[in-house]
Design a protein around this ligand. Sequence first.
Ligand code: DC
Length: 223
Amino acid sequence: MPDKPFIIVAIDGGAAAGKTSTARALSERFNLLHSDSGSHYRAVTAELLRRGVSAGDLPAVRAALAALRLGSRVSGRTSLVEIDGRTTGDEIRSAGVNAAVSHFAAIPEVRAFLLAYQRGQAAVARERGMPGLVMEGRDVGSVIFPGADLRFYLHADPSEKARRRAREGHHDAVAERDRIDSSRATAPLSCPVGAISLDTTGLTLNEVIEKVAAPIAARLAAA
Ligand code: DC
């Protein structure tokens, strides 16, 4: 029997570029597992902060990572990261995590720690018989899944992004996070070579979804 068709969709972009709403909608429409790689960085950040570890203390970061066990729990079509058997919740969106996450994400050991877990999300989707995975983040199409079937890069004007976060009621310095995420040495935020780049400024969410959904539908039809 030939393998069932399986597609990987990578959605990268800066903070508040519209990745999560788009990825969720695609996951519903095409029955893809949705995995938010930003939430993996947030969960590790929240846990290290809880343990009193700061991003500037590399030996403490290394020691704490060695003791962390990651798992996945699927709720609907969303894959939620578990740390030591506990699912993380709203605490990963706190102001403290917003302020610290880019600093932890710039540490190569933190990135290496999460890479295998993130690649393993494809197996989580397959085990559930789903036809694919949609993962959002900063380096999905460049580092995690450079061979993804479809890779998108969403971006928007800084003023539009600040307005979106404010509307969501989050305190989040998106411009500062984008600056740190784009300038780090390891896997910086950038449009992956060959990715479809989409400026979401002035587009409604539905317009963004339709633009991204069209090539996915074509790919699934051809599979
Ligand atoms: O998508 P988000 O804003 O929740 O991501 C939180 C942080 O995680 C972001 O500031 C940078 C980091 N991140 C990353 O470095 N690589 C990814 N693939 C996803 C997120």
